[in-house]
Design a protein around this ligand. Structure first.
Ligand code: G4P
Length: 530
């Protein structure tokens, strides 16, 4: 075991995910305030704007008032090194978020107390479930009228398919919100609706005594006592060995209530989080399970961010370190290219600043300047051949033919498409019948981003042609003959993905179910790994 185990153990790398507007940005900002990484509220939002102002293609983002970029914010808090991976809230960039989730060791889900579980939260939770990612839930906006907390817990359990365990409990809600009882620490936290200030909290292990009624009304005290009794009776015991095991297995989600905007319940969440959230977890590669404490460095690229600096056409490849220690100017092996590379300008993301990194440890995210060497999913190691398993591609939701409108720029267009696909902006399929290129995305916005970037970065012009498709299905079959027969019969609807895998393009759910009935030997998959 390596001498840097203490460094690894103190790392907490996670993402905050939510449906847009639930309060992800506000919560992130409050966490950064606690870490001293920023000093005024509003800094996270203004950073978003600054970024858009320095990068042309992000005009689209500015106009729409959403964050396209996924970035990393690292800070120190009470001896812990915290890395928050930000994810774009807009659902058109869901793929980006899915991939970011491959690089985290746990997540915090923010839920709006009035809206409960929303569409985007459900989809993100599916990915967490696939990966058995440990989940904590923050029920936000308790200062507003919301769903009754026990009903909300039921909804969380049913719709997110996870067991909930409240670790704080609200006293009143909306205009009658008085505060929360911090079950985890046995404290009564009273609410002062003042932005940016940490509220005072009273140590209160015994809520049975009359003392409680000095702080809240008799009626509120009676309700709190009976609610807590119910919680202890109905929900799994936590903290406990079994509870921790279930949390780490992604089966049990501790739940906190609060108001990010009012900075209420956030410190409670953070203090519990650093204590129970996992430090970097082992990562599966095709060859073996890689444990973070391994001496040798290894990591994988989960995101490529283009043109952060508008003066240079460069990219940054975001690499999650899976094991060991990264050292500046050491030689590392790019596995896919089988090439040794030296990184003198790798960056760390501390307190929203990029700075050159001399060393970084398993759990950290570093940015590698890239001139086209990296693809999403690439592995980099100290020498050993390792292929980290990423997240499969999911069937896109929207499809369009991409057509070249400037024949003089065919080369540029093809290069642009290839590079944008390497970055994971969208998926490319080639129709086997007519040879035409099909771009698949999860939302309309990505088509606009692609068109804009092809023009501004590659000088190539394209036009979209409508294509009415329902799903792209990766197909497999035990018999080569049956597969061949299927491909011949459906040749108009067959395409290849970028890896050369067969994909069936179904134009409606009806067609798909008919085909599934008619060709029993063929298995249809909605994701590229099965
Ligand atoms: P997101 O990143 O998940 O999309 O959400 P964001 O933090 O941007 O918050 C969405 C809106 O909800 C913001 O209001 C924010 O101020 C508000 N909000 C966040 N936390 C709370 C809370 O605890 N209580 C209440 N009442 N509101 C909260 P906005 O009007 O859209 O933006 P802004 O003008 O306030 O910045």
């Amino acid at each position: 075991m390596s001498e840097f185990v203490p460094e690894i153990n103190r790392r907490r790398t996670f993402a905050i995910i939510s449906h847009p507007d639930a309060g992800k940005t506000t919560l992130t900002e409050k966490l950064l305030l606690f870490g001293g990484a920023i000093h005024v509220a509003g800094a996270v939002k203004s950073n978003k704007i600054r970024k858009t102002a320095t990068s042309d293609w992000m005009e689209i983002e500015k106009q729409r008032g959403i964050s396209v970029a996924t970035s990393v914010m690292g800070f120190e808090y009470e001896g812990y090194k915290i890395n928050i991976l930000d994810t774009p809230g807009h659902q058109d960039f869901a793929e980006d978020t899915y991939r970011t989730l491959t690089a985290v060791d746990s997540v915090i889900i923010v839920v709006d107390a009035a809206k409960g579980v929303e569409a985007q939260t459900l989809r993100l939770m599916e990915v967490c479930r696939m990966r058995r990612t440990p989940v904590m839930i923050f029920v936000n906006k308790m200062d507003r009228d919301g769903i009754e907390p026990f009903d909300l817990l039921d909804e969380l359990e049913q719709r997110l398919q996870i067991n909930a365990r409240p670790l704080s409990w609200s006293i009143g809600a909306g205009p009658h919100f008085r505060g929360v009882y911090n079950i985890f620490e046995g404290k009564l936290d009273l609410y002062t609706p003042s932005k940016q200030f940490i509220t005072e909290s009273v140590e209160f292990k015994d809520i049975a005594g009359q003392e409680l009624e000095k702080y809240i009304s008799r009626q509120e005290a009676v309700k709190l006592r009976s609610d807590l009794e119910l919680i202890e009776g109905v929900y799994p015991v936590f903290p406990s060995e079994d509870g921790m095991k279930r949390y780490l297995a992604g089966d049990l989600a501790p739940v906190f209530f609060g108001s990010a905007l009012n900075n209420f319940g956030v410190k409670e969440l953070l203090d519990c989080f650093v204590r129970i959230a996992p430090s970097p977890l082992p990562v599966q590669s095709a060859e073996r399970t890689v444990v973070p404490e391994d001496d040798a460095f290894s990591g994988f690229v989960f995101k490529i961010h283009a043109n952060m600096d508008p003066n240079h056409r460069s990219c940054i490849a975001f690499l999650k370190i899976c094991s060991g220690k990264f050292e500046r100017n050491n030689n590392y092996r790019h596995i896919r290219l089988d090439k040794m590379m030296k990184f003198s300008q790798a960056t760390a993301f501390m307190a929203q600043r990029k700075e050159t990194v001399d060393e970084a440890f398993a759990g950290d995210i570093i940015g590698l300047p890239d001139t086209g060497n990296f693809k999403i999913g690439d592995s980099v190691t100290a020498g050993e051949t390792l292929h980290f398993k990423g997240l499969p591609s999911f069937s896109p939701e929207m499809f369009k033919y991409i057509e070249n409108t400037d024949p003089m720029k065919t080369k540029q267009l093809n290069k642009g498409i290839e590079q944008l696909m390497d970055e994971g902006v969208a998926q490319l399929f080639t129709n086997q019948f007519n040879g035409r290129k099909i771009i698949g995305t999860v939302g309309q916005l990505q088509f606009e981003v692609i068109q804009y970037r092809l023009l501004h970065e590659y000088g190539a012009q394209c036009r979209w042609e409508p294509l009415n498709l329902y799903k792209a299905c990766w197909i497999e079959c035990d018999s080569a003959e049956v597969l061949d027969n299927f491909k011949k019969r459906k040749y108009q609807y067959m395409a290849l993905d970028r890896e050369g895998r067969d994909v069936f393009l179904a134009d409606s759910s009806y067609v798909l179910s008919m085909v599934q009935q008619d060709f029993k030997g063929i298995r249809f998959h909605f994701s590229s790994e099965y």
